[in-house]
Design a protein around this ligand. Structure first.
Ligand SMILES: Nc1nc2c(c(=O)[nH]1)N[C@H]1C(S)=C(S)[C@@H](COP(=O)(O)OP(=O)(O)OC[C@H]3O[C@@H](n4cnc5c(=O)[nH]c(N)nc54)[C@H](O)[C@@H]3O)O[C@H]1N2
Ligand SMILES: Nc1nc2c(c(=O)[nH]1)N[C@H]1C(S)=C(S)[C@@H](COP(=O)(O)OP(=O)(O)OC[C@H]3O[C@@H](n4cnc5c(=O)[nH]c(N)nc54)[C@H](O)[C@@H]3O)O[C@H]1N2
Ligand code: SF4
Ligand SMILES: [Mo]
Length: 696
């Protein structure tokens, strides 16, 4: 009985933790407890409440422990043996392909899955199902930042530097991140930065716990960061703060970016954003006076129908001031899910092959097809993006049979009532999950799978550090790993080989498939990860040290220069009007995680954050006759929800906020707008127009 070093199952910080075996405190309770692992550098033993309570979801009592199939007579889910469930799952996928063509079969994955699972899921779609239609919930997460970084730097890795650099930068501008609630142990890097004399600027419409600790808080209306970032660049230019030498030596495209910024004068941005020009000037002074600087964005700035352009505008600010490609400086994205980074590198994204290769690049196709032992021409092309895939379900020419692994779109997808309807219109839905989620309730076959502390595998954290998840307990009887499920389904689809169920074997294949690609894992091994507290990609060979810091000599573009984005402000897809006069923005609370499938089943988290709510400003509440705790109705063009009011001066009077962690009548995503960014295909989670009334 020894303890096991592993990592938290939840967010992208991937805090290190030590699991100790214990006798379950009740029948069906977890057989390990979470302890500290002070040596792991990212969190040095610190954990948030979600990490500390993570073992609760290992217990049998909250888990799916046997496969379920929909009974043809009663229409309800009933327990089934594994063989029956797998046969039925495979048959439904095959039949849809035979009846409507291979494009009618789809796969939806998740950024919480290990690299091994994401890799095998992508291979399963392209080789076993031979469908182009695979995408994942990471599309809802960092896709705008990924698109913006690729355009500017030729490469996308959440942070191009380790978190320890954040603690040493001169000025940190944090746009649309509430890190104090979404990655609490990372707050120590911000405090260290300020203690060392650095300045912190937070850009958020709400006065969050993160904003409270800032030296300067800018509060733009949701959906207006692009105007703000352009106006900040305008001020940088007119105040003579451009680093002309850096721009000349290491960038291209400045002339267009400069012209666009000059058209966004600060007074115009003040009208759009509500941020006073004086505060913009203060921000520019703080950012440019410091010896180094970083801009980090998270979902607040990115989850918009102009998220890619907004990221481009933040990157422009870094490039013009020479805050990129230099020590302690640069643009970065705080990725979100446990494996949000690795999940998009190894082939579950609609347009990508392992190693961050492009599915449209003939050389990339040939390399990966070689590793897979298939003809390159047999690999399908790019498929639909996450929302477009969900929107197509059950339609003519759309996907008719779907395999879903590691996501709960009934709660988390935009315009969720529509997505629920589409899921219901499928001929066949197979869901692999650890709990009976709201989406599993709609399935024809539910396969109970193992999770973090029950299996080995790698995850890639927000720094690009590849870390190792290690099994500490056996899964409950009746539960199989996701890899074993893919292995069994592939065999039923005629692929007896090529889908190993052992994580180490999959990882070795992933290394080969990624070799020579941008996200090159060829030199990484489980042993190295153990010995080195993680390895940063790219790491092309066993003797290569890994790459904690990118771009110091050159950017990853063909000519080595970073490219300015040519962007102008545009309104949100839906602006307030007479019928829907307020802006709704959505996000997270400290004690719940995502669709809540896991954290709503954890007693102490449920107590800490029992249900949805609507934040409104005291002036708005008074005008509407609403008191704190009153049930309020929020209506958008897509639907209406009811939840209690939280009256708080922390929000703008023209904006209301809802967390999205709950299903039912208070589901925030009943309201949200699925308008997509033209490049990243990110939905506009962070702003739509609503009406608020006191409930009758
Ligand atoms: N407790 C908890 N932690 C989590 C998660 C969780 O569900 N719960 N999920 C994980 C995942 S997957 C992710 S992606 C991350 C997300 O981490 P964050 O991005 O930090 O989380 P959010 O709450 O979605 O959004 C952050 C802030 O954006 C602000 N915002 C809204 N609209 C705008 C805007 O137009 N501009 C700007 N500048 N800000 C705006 C909101 O007020 C909010 O405070 O968190 C990870 N960590
Ligand atoms: N309104 C609004 N909506 C949003 C957002 C927002 O800010 N506002 N944010 C978006 C973002 S950033 C994200 S990342 C998405 C996330 O939303 P979802 O994709 O729904 O993410 P989770 O709730 O983490 O869902 C993971 C599911 O997989 C299961 N699971 C966990 N581990 C495993 C495993 O190892 N194997 C299998 N098979 N299953 C597993 C869990 O039990 C859960 O049911 O939500 C998006 N939705
Ligand atoms: S910050 Fe993220 S990784 Fe760390 S304990 Fe909390 S949820 Fe887990
Ligand atoms: Mo996310």
């Amino acid at each position: 009985m020894t303890s096991t070093d592993t990592h938290c199952p939840y967010c992208a910080l991937q805090c290190g933790m030590r699991l100790r075996p214990v006798r379950p405190d009740r029948p069906g309770g977890p057989a390990v407890e979470v302890g500290e692992r002070p040596e792991f550098p990212v969190n040095r033993g610190a954990l948030c409440g979600k990490g500390r309570s993570a073992a609760a979801v290992l217990g049998r009592s909250v888990r799916l422990t046997e496969p379920l199939v929909r009974d043809v007579r009663t229409g309800t889910l009933r327990p089934a043996a594994w063989d029956e469930a797998l046969d039925r799952a495979a048959r439904g996928l095959t039949e849809a392909g035979e009846r409507y063509g291979r494009d009618a079969v789809g796969v939806f994955g998740g950024g919480g899955l290990t690299n091994e699972k994401a890799y095998l899921l992508g291979k399963f779609a392209r080789v076993a199902l031979r469908t182009p239609h695979i995408d994942y919930n990471g599309r809802f997460c960092m896709s705008s930042a990924a698109a913006g970084q690729r355009a500017a730097f030729g490469l996308d890795r959440g942070l191009p530097f380790p978190l320890e650099d954040v603690a040493r930068t001169g000025c940190l501008l944090l746009a649309g991140s509430n890190l104090a609630d979404t990655m609490p142990p990372a707050l120590r890097y911000l405090r260290a930065q300020q203690e060392a004399g650095g300045r912190l600027i937070v850009v958020d419409p709400r006065r969050t716990r993160t904003a409270e600790g800032a030296d300067l808080h800018l509060r733009p209306a949701p959906g207006t960061d692009l105007a703000l970032a352009l106006a900040l660049l305008h001020l940088v230019i007119v105040e003579g703060r451009v680093d002309e030498a850096f721009v000349a030596a290491r960038t291209t495209g400045y002339a267009h970016a400069r012209a666009a910024a000059m058209a966004h004068w600060p007074e115009r941005a003040e009208r759009i954003t509500g941020v006073p020009v004086s505060a913009m000037r203060q921000a520019v002074a703080m950012f440019c006076d410091a010896p180094s600087g970083m801009v980090l964005t998270a979902r607040g700035s990115e989850q918009h129908s102009k998220g890619t352009d907004t990221v481009g505008a933040w990157i422009n600010l870094c490039l013009a001031t020479g805050r990129a490609g230099r020590p302690l400086s640069g643009y970065g994205c705080l990725t979100g899910q446990g494996n949000g980074q690795g999940g998009r590198e190894h082939g579950q994204k609609a347009d990508q092959l392992p190693g961050y290769r492009s599915l449209t690049d003939p050389g990339a196709r040939a390399h990966v097809a070689g590793v897979w032992g298939v003809d390159p021409d047999s690999l399908p092309g790019p498929g639909r993006s996450a929302y477009e895939l969900l929107d197509s379900l059950g339609t003519d020419g759309g996907v008719r049979a779907l395999l879903l692994m590691g996501s709960n779109p009934v709660v988390s997808a935009p315009h969720a009532s529509h997505v629920t309807e589409r899921l219901g219109a499928l001929d066949h839905l197979v869901v692999c999950d650890v709990v009976r989620s709201e989406t599993a309730e709609l399935a024809d076959v539910v396969l109970p799978t193992a999770q973090w502390a029950e299996e080995d595998g790698t995850m890639t954290n927000l720094e690009g550090r590849v870390i190792l998840r290690q099994a500490a307990v056996a899964p409950p009887p009746g539960v199989r790993t996701d890899l074993a499920v893919l292995h069994a389904l592939a065999a039923r689809l005629g692929r007896d080989t090529g889908f190993p169920a052992a994580a180490g074997e999959v990882f070795d294949e992933l290394r080969a498939a990624s070799a020579g690609g941008q996200a090159d894992y060829a030199g990484i091994s489980y042993d190295r990860i153990r010995a080195e507290d993680g390895v940063f990609w790219p790491c092309p060979a066993p003797e290569h040290p890994g790459t904690p810091r990118l771009f110091l000599d050159r950017f990853a573009t063909a000519d080595g220069r970073a490219r300015f984005a040519d962007v102008s402000h545009r309104p949100a897809a839906e602006e307030p009007d007479a019928r829907y006069p307020l802006r709704l923005t959505t996000g997270r609370v400290l004690a719940q995680y995502q669709s809540g499938a896991q954290t709503r089943r954890t007693p102490e988290l449920r107590r800490a954050a029992p249900g949805p709510f609507v934040e409104l400003h005291p002036r708005l509440a008074a005008r509407l006759g609403i008191a704190d705790g009153d049930p309020v109705v929020v209506t958008s063009r897509r639907g209406r929800v009811v939840a209690p009011a939280v009256v708080t001066g922390a929000i703008r009077p023209d904006t209301v906020f809802m967390p999205f962690h709950w299903a039912g009548p208070g589901r925030a995503n009943t309201l949200t707008n699925p308008a997509l960014d033209p490049v990243s295909r990110m939905p506009e989670f962070k702003v739509c127009a609503v009406r608020v009334e006191k409930a009758a």
